[in-house]
Design a protein around this ligand. Structure first.
Ligand SMILES: [Zn+2]
Length: 110
């Protein structure tokens, strides 16, 4: 699979320590926001202010999975169902995968 410039940029956010999280704006700009999860090794939470700030200008969310692959967690699945208008990228230790939401299902894009 040939990676786009965006996918390469998102892959560079991955590390083995904690989950990183952010948005891809409609302009193409990649924003990283603070992960306020109590266990950032195992999940992510985003401040309400950050969601309010980027909800309207984002085209996608992204987050990383330290020491895990790019498959969906149960939390990811439920979160994505609440954000059906956005695309969602997960960056794992095996690469990057894009998910979309259609008719109440989370699907792998591509
Ligand atoms: Zn996840």
């Amino acid at each position: 699979m040939k990676l786009s410039r965006l996918e390469k940029l998102l892959l560079s956010k991955h590390d083995e320590e904690v989950e990183h999280v952010g948005f891809v704006l409609k302009s193409g700009k990649v924003i990283e926001v603070e992960n306020i999860c109590k266990n950032p090794q195992e999940g992510f939470d985003v401040k309400g202010e950050d969601i309010a700030l980027y909800a309207l200008t984002a085209q996608a969310t992204w987050h990383t999975h330290p020491k895990a692959d790019y498959n969906l967690s149960a939390n990811d699945f439920n979160t994505y169902l609440n954000w059906p208008e956005l695309d969602h990228y997960i960056i794992g230790d095996n690469g990057i995968r894009k998910y979309i939401v259609e008719d109440g299902e989370v699907l792998i894009d591509g």
